[in-house]
Design a protein. Structure first.
Length: 579
């Protein structure tokens, strides 16, 4: 019996060694790149915060920022990689994400390597500011001869559905704390309120200036020159070439042929996704570990996942998933620090507080640094408050410290359809959340003074404590107002303007590590298996479908009207700039 067991163990060891050798050899062979090779980064489809470096059925229609960062950082130090070719085809991204991509390309250039970008068009019957902002970070930019230069500026269109609700005989009973907390205006107003217009004007103006200054600097143009071109746009590619927005006109095949023989030397082209695959031996190198926890999408109770109707951006952030992730990072002794990557316009107050508490408990044991992407607003700001430092990109939409809530009275619509209802109840306020009644004056006071006002005071209280400000100082900056990352930094709502890499460097410093030291990144929450994703609806946007930006406020209205407890407080920011 003992001999049989020993033979079985020896066979298992031999099989394991053989498998390890096969994996190591296959990785070596698959990563044998000739000196002078060029990394190819194709930007086509939605830019997402997290993905896997595999070109497959689910991964082909998206651009995962984590994979792009890993690929460019590694390639910048790889002597076999001589340059970077960026194909800007049809990316869908936020201003903050475009800024991070442009910064990553600039950082790559600083290692003495060439960069060249190709665009099919900068917008087609739409705005192309962000794709061009990314392309402008390269040494040179080319475009298909029939492409368009739709550098048209920045817009923000608000939707007001009060007239539709009146037509449907649905009465909105909504209220908000904070004069700028305008998410409910889609239900209650027929046009801008003065505060809403003031906020939107300030946001659009700041984002426009960011785009102009960054693009002009990268293309070595005077900002006034670029503003004049924007006011003349849309332009054709030939005009872009004439006005130094482009360096040459060529088709994609010509671009590829030119890159393959760049500067008179034959170049192999290396796809960024395959290049970024982690090495099998990485876990055995003894590197210090940093956990990166992704909080993406509207905040909901329970588990998050693919949610195209009820969550802007097609994915939601579940409180159960986030609490588990932070508990795991807190209890893992090998994790030296945590970077919390937030891209959320907010959502449920209850879920936000559950996540905030998990972040706070983790921050008591090890450093937590927040890195905000496109959104870190309302509930997205709420969950960020316990961090030691908060970073945001210049174009991040953040703040929106306020709360709103209410319900719809559908009694009129039901009556118009011939539906009659009756009620039997006990308790003075048993029907306070009933969808067939308005708030009574007493209920409206309770809802405003006890639920919304109480939540707002708690919100500004946790901000004041963490940002070392008084309640009056926070209240003045709060009121539901949304700020860009630049504005938030000047108002002390965040600590620094910077992207993910800056936040990671800060986390290393707080963990008493050298900021230049390579670390092992552990991404949390752990992605579910494919079967669970399909059966549970948790594809997290990997199917490549995102709602049009202009429809997101309307989808949010549907989300609220369909929610079981839509009368409870919400910390949400539905602003959708068009760039």
């Amino acid at each position: 019996m003992l001999k049989r067991l020993i033979r079985w163990m020896l066979r298992l060891i031999v099989i394991t060694v053989v498998l390890v050798v096969i994996v190591v050899v296959s990785q070596y062979l698959s990563h044998r790149y000739r000196p002078g090779s060029v990394l190819v980064l194709e930007l086509n489809g939605p830019v997402v915060e997290r993905g896997t470096p595999v070109r497959g059925l689910l991964g082909a229609a998206q651009v995962p920022l984590n994979v792009v960062r890993q690929s460019l950082e590694t390639a910048a130090k790889d002597p076999r990689i001589a340059g970077l070719a960026i194909k800007v085809i049809d990316p869908d991204m936020e201003l903050a994400q475009a800024q991070e991509l442009a910064d990553a390309i600039t950082e790559f250039k600083q290692h003495g390597k060439f960069t060249t970008a190709y665009m099919e068009t900068a917008g087609e019957s739409g705005l192309g500011n962000l794709p061009y902002l990314v392309a402008s970070a390269a040494d040179e930019v080319s475009m298909m001869p029939q492409g368009e230069m739709n550098l048209l500026g920045v817009g923000m269109r608000e939707m007001f559905a009060r007239g539709t609700l009146d037509w449907l005989k649905i009465r909105p009973n909504f209220n908000a704390i904070g004069k700028y907390k305008s998410a409910a205006n889609v239900f209650t107003q027929k046009n801008f309120t003065p505060a809403q217009r003031e906020e939107d004007e300030a946001l659009v103006g700041d984002m426009f200036e960011q785009i102009v200054s960054e693009t002009a600097r990268r293309r070595r143009l005077a900002p006034d020159t670029l503003r004049a071109l924007i006011d003349r746009a849309p332009l054709m590619a030939a005009d872009g070439l004439k006005n130094r927005l482009l360096d040459r006109l060529e088709y994609e095949d010509q671009f590829e042929d030119r890159v393959k023989e760049y500067r008179g030397q034959h170049r192999d082209l290396v796809d960024y996704a395959g290049y970024a695959r982690p090495e099998f031996t990485e876990a055995f190198r003894g590197l210090n570990k940093i956990a990166v926890i992704y909080g993406i999408g509207a905040i909901t109770r329970g588990q998050g996942g693919f949610d195209p109707l009820l969550s802007p951006g097609s994915s939601s952030m579940g409180s159960d998933d986030m609490v588990h992730a932070f508990n795991e990072a807190r209890d893992d002794r090998s994790v030296r620090a945590v970077v919390f990557r937030v891209d959320s316009p907010g959502g449920s107050v209850i879920a936000s507080e559950l996540i905030r508490r998990a972040v706070e408990l983790c921050a008591h044991k090890k450093p937590v640094v927040v890195s905000m992407s496109g959104f870190g607003a309302s509930g997205g700001f709420w969950i960020s408050t316990p961090a030691a430092d908060i970073f945001a990109d210049p174009g991040t939409l953040t703040g929106s410290i306020g709360v709103l809530g209410g319900k719809f009275n559908v009694a009129g619509a039901a009556a118009a359809l011939g539906i009659n209802t009756g009620e039997v109840s006990r308790g003075e306020n048993a029907d306070i959340f009933d969808a067939f009644t308005d708030f009574t004056p007493a209920q409206a006071r309770i809802f405003h003074d006890q639920i919304l006002a109480g939540t707002y005071q708690y919100f500004i209280g946790i901000v004041a404590k963490q940002r070392h400000m008084t309640l009056d100082q926070v209240d003045e900056l709060a009121q539901g107002r949304v700020w860009t990352g630049v504005q938030a930094a000047s108002n002390r709502l965040i600590d620094r303007v910077g992207g993910f890499d800056a936040a990671l460097a800060r986390a290393k410093i707080l963990a008493k590590l050298d900021p230049r030291e390579p670390v092992q990144i552990e991404e949390l929450p752990a992605p579910p298996g494919l079967l669970r994703r399909i059966l549970g609806g948790g594809l997290d946007g990997e199917m490549g479908w995102h709602p049009p930006a202009a429809l997101e406020p309307l989808l949010w209205m549907m989300r609220e009207s369909l929610a079981r407890h839509s009368a409870l407080g919400e910390a949400y920011c539905p602003l959708v700039p068009v760039m």
